[in-house]
Design a protein around this ligand. Structure first.
Ligand code: IMP
Ligand code: MG
Length: 217
């Protein structure tokens, strides 16, 4: 993992936009971004508007393509359901061919945190022996889910495994996995939208927002 050139490391660093709570635009009664989607009064702030997400997804796709051009098409492994919106936008922005695979896992834990104990609900449809795999993740919080998945895919003989994550929370610093491509570093708040849910709600929002405390406390 440390064979990367300093240039590659620098490029990866500048790929990630760092957002703080000060970047979140508070929701007011007159300007509630959830209103048009049936979620009036449920969000406390807008964190990443749709246009900013789309621009970042394109940027991530170009970076991944630069590193994987000329090779056999990578296998994108999408973890259902949270990463679905990201995956579909990402693959359409990716200027090289790629194959799509889906996995569904359930991690035991509470609604807002994971335990790292994972059960496979839906497995890959094909063999990934000798293939270059790119795990497409919505968010890395503790990193426990990702760490488990990385080991699981490595044990199947993938030639390489890279990770592209749209969002990363501060707790992820403790993870043992090198996440090559990260879209946004976000504050330690519960976010919803663009695939991310709370009790299966809000996945359908085209932006990422902060859930109002009264919705989950
Ligand atoms: P980890 O194993 O702690 O990294 O958690 C990863 C999974 O937890 C993600 O794939 C999400 O499904 C979920 N998750 C973590 N943080 C959030 C959040 O802020 N909003 C919605 N889901 C989250
Ligand atoms: Mg979830």
């Amino acid at each position: 993992m440390s064979t990367d050139s300093a240039q590659a490391t620098e490029r990866r660093r500048t790929l990630t936009t760092v957002l703080s709570t000060a970047d979140a635009i508070p929701v007011t009664e007159g300007a509630d971004p959830g209103l048009a989607y049936g979620y009036a009064g449920e969000l406390k702030a807008m964190l990443i508007p749709a246009e900013m997400l789309q621009a970042k997804v394109s940027e991530l796709a170009r970076a991944v393509a630069d590193d994987h051009a000329g090779d056999q098409p990578p296998v994108l492994v999408c973890v259902l359901k949270g990463a679905v919106m990201f995956l579909t936008d990402f693959v359409r922005a990716l200027p090289i061919p790629a194959e799509l695979e889906f996995m569904a896992v359930s991690s035991y834990g509470s609604a807002t945190s994971s335990s790292g104990v994972v059960r496979i609900l839906k497995d890959l449809d094909r063999d990934i022996t000798g293939r270059r795999v790119i795990i497409v993740e919505d968010i890395i919080d503790s990193g426990l889910t990702l760490s488990w998945l990385h080991k699981n895919l490595a044990s199947r003989g993938a030639a390489s495994i890279d990770v592209v994550a749209l969002l990363r929370k501060p707790a992820a610093v403790t993870t043992d996995i090198d996440v090559k491509y990260v879209g946004f570093d976000i504050p330690p708040e519960f976010v919803v939208g663009y695939g991310l849910d709370y009790a299966e709600r809000y996945r359908d929002l085209p932006f990422v927002g902060l859930l109002a405390e009264h919705m989950y406390r």
